[in-house]
Design a protein around this ligand. Structure first.
Ligand code: SF4
Ligand code: SF4
Length: 451
């Protein structure tokens, strides 16, 4: 405090980076540098050493930095200069980072040969856990899992005061590492189809396409049939049941890797989501259009398959290809992650994900989940709205004492975590009365607001 240049006693300037943090940053930079050197093909005679050093140093350095940074100050969001920092307020660095991320996705989807040396760098790890050489998707999956793991540890440290955030973040890391990385790899090691048990149609849109279903059911043994059964049972049976009990959060904030990346690596950008009514309208049009698109595509493919191509002829194939290109690659990948620094972290989840559309309809119509608000306690600080990654103006509900029952709410719980007055509570309860219109309490009186 003695070096605190701020006159504020509640929110002092963050202290400078100390020697331990600097050491972490240096190690992280060296690891990153080795990765860049490997991308030029240098040092590939020793791939195991290079891979171990680049991952070990960057992960170790990041951990040292985060542990030192977050354990030396109190837990929680600090509002510390997010609107002054160029990276977190759509400044020059945000644009540069956005261009870098977008470029990376374009390269990995359409020009993977540019990454050939990095793909080869992953060969030792790929051979160890999958039994074959790496490809661009193994490289991508490894980086993705590392991003969720490392930034997940940061989230655990930052939000360590909240049991909800600790359990939720641990769940995200568990499902990404186990279900979206190791299990599909080990399946390949045993000559089984690569299958992601934590992704279902329509998010993993081809899992109910006739070609995938036929491929899986024709596999020797019963595992392929089980995979088809699992995918169908999860979307048609388990999803409505779990959403009834817990809201869409059971998937969007606890299991899904897209939401997982948003809530860990994307955490510094969550305040950038557009809270305007216009954005809400666009969101509803877009997300349900994508859902209709994938339902039509899947139906066309099945009808065509049933009638041996005599009904839709060549139409269904291009439909599926168009969906794969526009939605599967450009929207969910290039825009969904590439635009984190400009439009916030849930661009895909909010505007494009057809799984979110289904979960949202169920959540709005028949879920026990709601966020209750105690309007009399709200001081209108706006923290909740600022940090809502789904662009919900939480404050407007809190001021009215109205429950939040919105299709888009992913139940990340951050609004409640950042609320200084404990106004918001994530709850499961009876369906009856969950959509309310409570008047705000002012002393012993009440006032109705028409927002
Ligand atoms: S909205 Fe879609 S992509 Fe986002 S977390 Fe939910 S299911 Fe996953
Ligand atoms: S309303 Fe709260 S729980 Fe729902 S998405 Fe926004 S911040 Fe997360």
């Amino acid at each position: 405090m003695e070096n605190n240049p701020s006159i504020s006693i509640s929110n002092p300037h963050p202290s400078g980076v100390d020697i331990i943090q600097k050491t972490g940053l240096i190690l992280f930079s060296v690891g990153l540098l080795l990765f860049l050197i490997a991308s030029t093909g240098t040092g590939m005679k020793y791939p195991v050493l290079l891979l171990s050093l680049s991952i070990g140093l960057s992960v170790g350095g990041a951990f040292i930095y985060f542990f030192r940074k977050y354990l030396t100050k109190s837990a929680g969001v600090k509002n510390d200069q997010i609107w002054q920092n160029s990276l977190t307020s759509r400044g020059v660095f945000a644009w540069l980072f956005g261009i870098f991320l977008t470029g990376f996705y374009i390269v990995i989807y359409w020009f993977p040969s540019v990454l050939e040396n990095l793909i080869r760098l992953m060969d030792p790890l790929s051979n160890l856990i999958r039994g074959n050489d790496s490809d661009q998707w193994f490289l991508y999956g490894t980086l993705y899992t590392l991003a969720i793991g490392v930034m997940g540890v940061k989230a655990l440290l930052k939000y360590r005061h909240s049991n909800y955030q600790i359990i939720r973040t641990s769940s995200i890391i568990f499902f990404q590492l186990g279900f979206a990385y190791l299990i599909p790899a080990v399946l390949q090691l045993f000559n089984q189809p690569e299958f992601y048990f934590s992704y279902f149609w329509p998010l993993k849109y081809d899992y109910l396409f006739p070609s995938t279903v036929n491929y899986l059911t024709e596999q020797p043994g019963a595992l392929g049939v089980f995979m088809v059964f699992w995918g169908a049972a999860m979307i048609f049976v388990a999803t409505p049941i779990l959403t009834y009990f817990y809201g869409k959060r059971w998937y969007c904030s606890w299991v899904c890797g897209c939401g997982g990346l948003a809530n860990t690596a994307g955490d510094p950008f969550r305040q950038l989501s557009d809270k305007s009514l216009k954005a809400w309208k666009i969101e509803r049009w877009m997300i349900y259009s994508v859902l209709v698109f994938i339902i039509i595509t899947t139906s066309f493919l099945w009808i065509n398959s049933y009638y041996n191509g005599s009904v839709f002829g060549n139409v269904s194939g291009p439909f599926a290809n168009t969906y794969g290109f526009l939605i599967g690659a450009i929207f969910s990948g290039v825009i969904g992650v590439g635009f984190y620094p400009l439009m916030g972290t849930r661009v895909w989840c909010r505007f494009g994900c057809p799984m979110a559309a289904i979960l949202g309809i169920q959540q709005r119509l028949f879920s026990r989940f709601r966020i209750t608000t105690n309007g009399g306690q709200c001081i209108s600080c706006g923290n909740c709205s600022t940090y809502c990654e789904m662009g919900i103006d939480v404050k407007a509900y809190a001021q009215k004492g109205q429950n939040i029952v919105r299709a888009s709410c992913v139940g990340c719980g951050m609004c409640a975590t950042v609320c200084p007055r404990g106004v918001l509570n994530l709850e499961n309860g009876p369906l009856k009365g969950r959509v309310n219109d409570n008047p705000i309490l002012i002393g012993n009186k009440e006032a109705k607001l028409n927002l």
